[in-house]
Write a protein that binds this ligand. Structure first.
Ligand code: APR
Ligand code: ZN
Length: 365
């Protein structure tokens, strides 16, 4: 065991994180202990903090992290101490039929969803009780213990804060564009919500060669940032989004992406896409928040509404691609980072997120 500073959600009713010391286990067989270099502050962490998703507690938040290999358990032979790695929060079992088909992103038994290691244990303790790493990552701590297959080695040229973002918001946006929507060059797209995930969608649409890229948000500051990332049109949403989108495109967009997680904005997506168009749910709504859609129009007009979890990514395939796109200047991931915080100030990062501050906050160690 080693001690580490960590930011944890102490109880389901708490709306602030506590920053204190936790005990981190030695890495057992197949596990690796990572010394964090940076952790993003993601909308999904806020869902837990604000009680919108139930999680075991105490939970060390953070699931978008990168750092260096500190030590390895038995059987980990293909990494070295000091290697730079990105942690992935969707950790497939590698045994179910989906994994056997190579579709690891729809694994039936991802142990990480229960905030536990594959053997059911947790590597963290607080005051002699079990503590849980959020999504089996817990990157808002100085150290994390994760399975080897939760790590993707990455070039040392990529700074930790950029690498951390590749591990969640960036791959979520990129994967939704490239893996799920299969965006074709020249086609039009709408992105509803220009936060960390929405801006990742916009820069990925640019990289994929999309034509018109419309960003919709309620925050003018987020829209200004969206334009910097390559949005060709912006809409300050106020309920008449489908009309505004038709004004710009004539018949609706080829692709729409929702990157907020609100039932209302998910429900209007089919109305924003043209006949035969594709609407992709990227933002994650609170639990028990059903969405109402015009099913008749969806069927009659041959539209598609799909969900995208973590960009349907295969991390060892996609993370190095994203690092390369960053290094060659075609994916300006560093510009997503608008604020950097010390771990001790993590609550300030969440206050700014709740207040709708543009861009992404990152904790740097
Ligand atoms: N209409 C348009 N935009 C809105 C609305 C609305 N009704 N409500 C909020 N927004 C905008 C905010 O102004 C902000 O710019 O949506 C954006 C949300 O961004 P972030 O808070 O940075 O959230 P992010 O980290 O991008 O995550 C978005 O994706 O992965 C999921 O769980 C995550 O559900 C969350 C979503
Ligand atoms: Zn995330």
């Amino acid at each position: 065991m080693i001690s580490a500073r960590a930011a944890f959600h102490p109880s389901p009713a708490a709306r602030e994180l506590t920053v204190d010391t936790v005990e981190v286990a030695e890495p057992g067989p197949g596990l690796v202990r990572v010394r964090l270099g940076a952790s993003g502050v993601c909308g999904s962490d806020r869902h837990v903090l604000d009680g919108e998703w139930s999680m075991p507690s105490p939970t060390v938040l953070g699931h978008e992290g990168a750092g260096t290999v500190e030590s390895m358990g038995e059987g980990v032979t293909d990494l070295e101490e000091g290697d730079h790695v990105i942690i992935t929060w969707f950790q497939p079992c590698l045994r179910c039929s989906s994994c056997a088909e190579g579709r690891t992103w729809v694994c039936d038994n991802a142990s990480s969803e229960g905030c536990r290691l594959p053997d059911g244990s947790t590597p963290l303790r607080k005051d002699d009780r079990e503590a849980f790493p959020y999504l089996a990552v817990g990157s808002m701590a100085e150290y994390a213990v994760v399975p080897r297959h939760a790590l993707v080695p990455i070039s040392r040229e990529v700074p930790f804060d950029v690498a951390a973002l590749i591990g969640c918001s960036v791959v979520t946006g990129f994967g939704a564009v490239v893996n799920d929507a299969g965006v074709q060059a020249g086609r039009s797209a709408l992105v509803i919500g220009a936060g960390g995930v929405g801006l990742s969608l916009i820069m990925s649409l640019v990289a994929a060669g999309a034509g018109k890229i419309i960003a919709a948000d309620i925050n003018p500051e987020a829209l200004a940032l969206a334009e910097e990332f390559g949005a060709t049109h912006t809409v300050l949403s106020n309920g008449d989004l489908p009309d505004k989108v038709r004004e710009i495109t004539g018949h609706g967009v080829d692709y729409a992406f929702e990157a907020i997680g609100r039932p209302e904005t998910i429900g209007i997506m089919p109305d924003c896409v043209r006949r035969g168009g594709k609407a992709v749910i990227v933002g994650l709504p609170p639990e028990d928040a059903p969405v109402s859609v015009d099913a008749l129009a969806l069927a009659e007009q041959g539209k598609t509404l799909i969900g995208s979890n973590y960009g349907s990514t295969v991390p060892p395939r996609d993370f190095p691609l994203l690092a390369q796109l960053y290094l060659s200047g075609r994916l300006p991931i560093d510009r997503l980072i608008t604020r950097r915080f010390a771990l001790e100030d993590v609550n300030e990062a969440f206050s700014l997120m709740r207040a709708g501050a543009a861009g992404r906050s990152v904790i740097v160690y």
